[in-house]
Design a protein around this ligand. Sequence first.
Ligand code: GLY
Length: 371
Amino acid sequence: MHVVIVGGGVIGLGIAWRSLVRGVRVTVVDPEPASKASRVAAGMLTPVTELGYGENALLRLGIASRDRYPSFVAELEDASGLDTAYRRDGVLQVALDSDDLAVLEELRRFQESLGIAAEALTGRECRRREPMLAPSARGGLFAPDDGSIDPRRLSAALLAAVDRLGGTLIRDRAAEVLVDRDRATGVRLAGGDALHADQVVLAAGPWSHELKGLPPDTVPPVRPVKGQVVRLRGTVPLLGHTVRGLVRGSSVYLVPRADGGLVIGATQEEMGYDTTVTAGGVWELLRDARELVPGVTELAFEEVTAGLRPGSPDNAPILGPSALPGLLLATGHFRNGVLLTPVTADAMAETLATAEPPEVIRPFTPGRFRH
Ligand code: GLY
């Protein structure tokens, strides 16, 4: 079997790698692999910390993926020979003032109602875990099984593993899906060549609906949601864990790397495909990060980037066979692309091999948006 995967971000590359492991022939098509959201993302693995109200099914999927990470990473690091900076050492959510604390307390009750244990901490207990936190921090929640990974390292490892297993990477844009007798049979590249395949996976993030030739009922309802992210650097890590803060009602997160890097994110803006870095976006991130952890201003400024999350109507991914036989979708991961990489990769590889989507992704089928 030959599978063409449109999109070489962590989702497309993850599916490619897990399919190659199953003995499937794979071609990934992307003009610039791992250059979009996979390059900008901070890499939080936080299904509990970032739980949204009403997103119970997404929480289950996120936990399933987070808990798959240790074996996924061990196998990937072995297959690629590269380190991914994966950590599962807990994530601290901190409230700066009493209103923020009330929001966190409500979240804790919601988590508890779903059977998820997050530990409530006083301000002093938060500072015991993270001494660099502002003295004014009022309290927090600790999610012991949440963590982080470096998405740039994850992408590099996936690219190396795909290459080592004989996957093909075509650095071109897939312009059109080829359809013959009501079945997807491959893609036409922007360069003009046709690439034939038994199955096509569309994993092009917020560009997934731009592929020409898609029948109307297979076009995924994705939209770009901009996020700006700042990268700073110290000689030693400023924080021991990922910290997510509520700072007078606005959210900010700080993801430390063992090498002294610190990633601060992220804005959430509905601006179409605009990826301009704005003074206001950077200012808000640094302002809130400094309120929470004053020492950030001592770090060296390294980089600021903006990327596009693939938003979907219910904030959950769109996974599995589409209405067009031979075409599968793996897109719409919104804020959770890195978190959901292992579960997406394994479930899609299984679907490609068996034609049967596993139980874990069934609530997320493309058909849920058809009326
Ligand atoms: N999950 C973090 C973000 O999308 O900003």
